[in-house]
Design a protein around this ligand. Sequence first.
Ligand SMILES: [Zn+2]
Length: 425
Amino acid sequence: MKNPMPTVWTLLVSYLFMHGFTAQRVNYNGYKVLRVLPRNEEQLTLLQDIILKGKEIDVWRAPSAVNSTVDLNLSPNSFENIVSELEASGIYSKVLIDDVQQAIYNQQLIENKHVSVMQGDDFDYGKYHTLEEINDWVQSMAMKYKTITTIFNITNSYEGRPMLGLKISSQSEIERKGFWIEGGIHAREWIAPATVIYMAGYILDHYKSDPQMNSLLDMFDWYIVPVVNPDGYEYTWSKDRMWRKTRSRHGVCIGVDPNRNWDMEWCKSGASKDPCSDDYCGPFAFSEVEVKGVADYIMTQTKNITGFIDFHSYSQLWMTPWGYTKELPPDFKQQDEGAMETCAALQRVNGTKYEHGSIANIIYIASGSSADWTYAKAGIKYSYGVELRDTGKYGFLLPSDQIIPSGEETLRGLVALAKFIYNNK
Ligand SMILES: [Zn+2]
């Protein structure tokens, strides 16, 4: 029989394959990342339809607008199908990553050289680290800089892992506002925790020698959480490098998109109600203990936070609210001005170009995201979502030799932003 209807079994196998239920590490042999460019409304609708109906499609960069690129990680089977569908519709596409498994090896090949126990001065900021190593680093930094640093645990994750953060607060008596920085809400976006860790480490190691670091501590108290989705992050190391969500169980599939789970216009648009989707909003707002944990911590354990950055990858975007609508919030002009100055300072370091604008206008509509909630509900005027390097050459598989350049440029951007916020509270 030609083209048999998919049986429950084949559907199940395909879900298991895509969603990482397998006991072994998920293998991406022969997978390719395809960049697609819809050039008119008709092509955009067609492409959205193809993605919705397709199987074994891992969306790296979702469709949003005409002339905005879409990146899809495709299994060998789906690659053939999708490419012929696109060709038939006259939609432009090209291969970005020819062999995803090879790119995973390439990224981790260098990792294998690293020593597993690294503490304090031995910590290698130019490598990606496991959750355990990151938590060891947090502990050792809190010890090493105990006069200005305290360690905090937001809560334990769904699977019981701690969510550790560092509060850095200068000993001077001046009243300061708070600044929250977090990474790793999406598990596979490894450059986010790595960049956050680099910046925190640099601030602590140089606050006495680098006047810009000193000024950061004069202006704000810093709350820094490298990995806000520890279960997902751990899973990207042990089982599936491409895992994005949390690891909670709410239905037939595992995990919720923690950046669609915040209680602000929750699951209105740009989020999915399908538990198997990568942008599943969850059964209810704040269903994820990690997301609820951060929200509760910000509301009850901090005061006067005025800056918030949730680091992601990739696309090189410094984004402001709103995510849920293309309309702009009342503080947009100042928020965007801050982003503009940040991007300019960031670019001066290595020439890396970032764009700035509101989430819904610059990338896509996403409701229930962190920056919308921190701005609207926690009153953090300068709330940002940031997409770090790159623009797609490596995507989530950014080689580790880009960690330090990313950290250096983002830190100088952060200095500019902190100054802007300090002067425009
Ligand atoms: Zn993300």
